[in-house]
Design a protein around this ligand. Sequence first.
Ligand SMILES: Nc1ncnc2c1ncn2[C@@H]1O[C@H](COP(=O)(O)OP(=O)(O)OP(=O)(O)O)[C@@H](O)[C@H]1O
Ligand SMILES: [Mg+2]
Length: 497
Amino acid sequence: MKKILKMRGICKSFPGVKALDDVQMDVQSGEVHVLLGENGAGKSTLMKILAGVYRADRGTIEIDGRQVQIRNTKEAKQHRVGIIFQEFNLIPHLTVAENIFLGREPRVLRGMVNIKRLIGDAERVLREMNLHHISPRTLVQDLGVAEQQMVEIAKALSTQSRILILDEPTAALTEQEIETLFDKVRDLKAKGVGVIYISHRFEEFPHIADRVTVMRDGCTVSTLNYSETSDEELIRLMVGRNLQNQWRAQGTPSDGKELLRVTNLSTRSRLREVSLHLNSGEILGIAGLMGSGRTELARAIFGADSISGGDIFIRDKKVVIRSPKQAIDHGICYLSEDRKKNGLALNLSVRENITMADMKAISYKSVINRREESAKVQSYIEQLKIKTPSAEQKVKYLSGGNQQKVVIAKWLHSKSQIFIFDEPTRGIDVGAKTEVYELIRQLARRGKAVMVISSEMPELLGLSDRILVMNEGRLTGTLTREQATQEKIMHYATLGI
Ligand SMILES: Nc1ncnc2c1ncn2[C@@H]1O[C@H](COP(=O)(O)OP(=O)(O)OP(=O)(O)O)[C@@H](O)[C@H]1O
Ligand SMILES: [Mg+2]
């Protein structure tokens, strides 16, 4: 196979952080090259250098055997390097079509944009990605997260790149959409494109990976053929130690008092008469396939979607929750799937983001106790292994996974009694997942009631005291910790289909 990309001795520092230190990476034509590493290892930074977003302090890049300078994103495009960024990069107030062809719109005489062709071309691009339901005329801001991600992917795929970088493209996608993406990636491979693929989801690799480069602390550790390695070996290279393969929490006695009960909860969109209860000290897992109504359930309880029927009781008292604000006042917090949008003030520091949910906890007579604040924040940074030069670093300079850890820390710090976590470890590396599980477990031990929605079976089985399974907006099964197995969950999750 032909080598199309050769990066050598790449170094990059930010104030207080050496993000990349003498990094090497090669990509061949027609391969999918996975780039693996813990949160903050330097993956996105390396890719941004290749895409012309950052300039390396040192090092060389060769494309097709010739040394090239990539000083900006335009030069990257000229070398046919395409990228899908980890953080969304679409312009919300433009239409889908305008976003897809931004900067390369079809023009008519005198330079005006040829709207008809623009729409037609966009339609074709969308169709190729099976996105028949998205109109090219829709504003991007009106799309859901998964749809935005698919549009971003469609955009990148339509650029005829020789080297295509996908930085955690599947974090927000459904199984179906991931399938479509993988099909496209295989097509590109067949056409000789070199694909660099970043993901924390090991279960995806067997479907597409040819080679893997592992990074740790800004250095490249090793490049291996995927077929000749194992998950254990990759994890060891990535975190520099052996990890326990299966994490399973100590079960908690479930004699806690009932904190939350919902009866016959329904919404116009999907939820059908869901009833459940949640006790203090308990972790309740919610399983189901994508689209089964898990997130809708959380949103309905949290007041983010209005309900069309049913009741919510907190400590046996019926409550009316019409908005997230009211839910928070009742002690419910919801860590949504879409954390960036709902959870962080990117221009504020790690410290401010963590403590803003509850200043009272660190104040006495409305004076903030700085020493206590800093100790609290420091303990979250350590417990969750948040990689940051200091608590004062602005959150926008943290890596994607570390930003997510900050959102988790923020909610852990809040005074909520009932926690709903929606895909809590998405985007978080294998090493740090265990720490997140430990903290969720701690919440339960401190008497909080916790609901965890997850698509990862080992996560659900490891964490939950009880698992409810959903399908098509209904509850189809309840499993105790002892009864629960992957097979049983799948059985209930597909019941009635
Ligand atoms: N613009 C910036 N300013 C300051 N520090 C930065 C900046 N961009 C990245 N960093 C730091 O560089 C290091 C590498 O970050 P990078 O985003 O490349 O990690 P990553 O491997 O992509 O992690 P993740 O899996 O969490 O996405 C981190 O310590 C991060 O905080
Ligand atoms: Mg990243």
